[in-house]
Design a protein around this ligand. Structure first.
Ligand code: PMP
Length: 313
């Protein structure tokens, strides 16, 4: 049972369904909706960060999340979808109505509603749920990962580029296996045996000062955090390689980190019990963590185009 006082849902005043604000317990989906029965559902996980000094909440890369949301619906041939401008307005409205003054996470979903067979394209319903979500304590501590025996999904089977809930069965299997084996998380390999990504984030390795990440053709979600890391590296003139990554490179890397909206930039201290460098949070990882933290909280001018202020009038 969930302890209610620790349950972030206790802080939710309202959620949004098809643009209408309502209490969470009134937001219901039909058991006949293809979004449920055929997993015809796409989503985005977005963070917004509280800046205490400015008394402002900044949504991180909102337009990029909306663009990816549209691409997911396009690939799955959802029809008569709401405009991105409208969804953006509804997200802002949702946050304002909840009046959050802390770090939050926003879950946006688009799904085939009502009833019908698996290939039906409409009606599309949307939902927005926002709730408090502080940074994970593992951001400072790091995690220990294993290479999964589950294979990452392929683009021509169940494309990971689409942020569809159906793809998370693959992530679920890998996560459960990793935890049952005593690890914190998993790294999946592609059908060609190359490094793909983790169940909910992308992988970066640092070798001899070069940062290396599997390319967008490695069965990964086109991660917004991954893109942010690449752009920060460019600004800092750090050499980057986006390419095929071998499993054994994980075992000889100086540093490894896991990245995504939820994890932000999470150090990976070991893979299959082989330490990355000295098995501590490395200098390059720490540098990206620091820069990322400054950017998301609106503390650097040159990346301010990535953040959307909520309370600014
Ligand atoms: N890969 C997977 C499978 C994910 O679920 C996520 C989290 N959304 C990511 C990568 C990271 O993507 P983003 O940085 O856009 O959150």
């Amino acid at each position: 049972m969930t302890n209610i006082s620790n349950d972030p849902r206790s802080k939710i005043k309202v959620v949004t369904m098809n643009g209408n604000l309502m209490p969470l317990n009134e937001a219901k989906v039909s058991i006949t909706a293809p979004g449920l029965s055929y997993a015809a559902l796409v989503f985005e996980g977005i963070r917004a960060y509280w800046n205490e000094k400015d008394k402002e909440l900044f949504v991180f890369r909102l337009d990029d999340h909306l663009k990816r949301f549209a691409n997911s619906m396009k690939i799955l041939k959802f029809e008569k979808t709401p405009s991105l401008d409208l969804i953006k307005k509804q997200i802002i409205e949702n946050i304002l109505a909840n009046d959050y003054k802390e770090d939050i996470y926003i879950r946006l979903q688009g799904y085939i509603d009502d009833w019908g067979e698996m290939a039906i394209r409409s009606p599309v319903s949307t939902s927005i749920v926002s709730y408090p979500r502080p940074r994970s304590i593992d951001f400072n501590k790091g995690k220990n990962f294993t290479v999964s025996s589950w294979q990452r999904l392929d683009d021509n089977a169940s494309p990971p580029r689409v942020k569809a809930s159906a793809n998370y069965l693959n992530s679920r299997l890998a996560s459960i296996q990793a935890r049952e084996s005593g690890y914190d998380g998993a790294i999946l390999l592609t059908s060609n045996g190359k490094v793909s990504e983790g169940p909910g984030g992308c992988i970066f390795l640092i070798r001899e000062g070069v940062i290396i990440t599997p390319s967008v053709s490695s069965g990964i979600l086109e991660s917004i955090t991954r893109d942010s890391v690449l752009k920060i590296a460019k600004e800092k003139k750090i050499r980057v390689e986006s390419r095929d990554v071998d499993r054994t490179e994980l075992y000889i890397a100086d540093e490894i980190f896991y990245c995504g909206t939820g994890q932000e930039i999470m150090p990976i201290l070991s893979v299959d019990k082989i330490l990355a460098g000295e098995g501590k949070v490395g200098n390059v990882t720490a540098l990206f963590q620091k820069k990322y933290t400054e950017i998301v909280r609106g503390k650097t001018k040159n990346f301010n185009f990535w953040i959307t202020p909520i309370y600014f009038k």
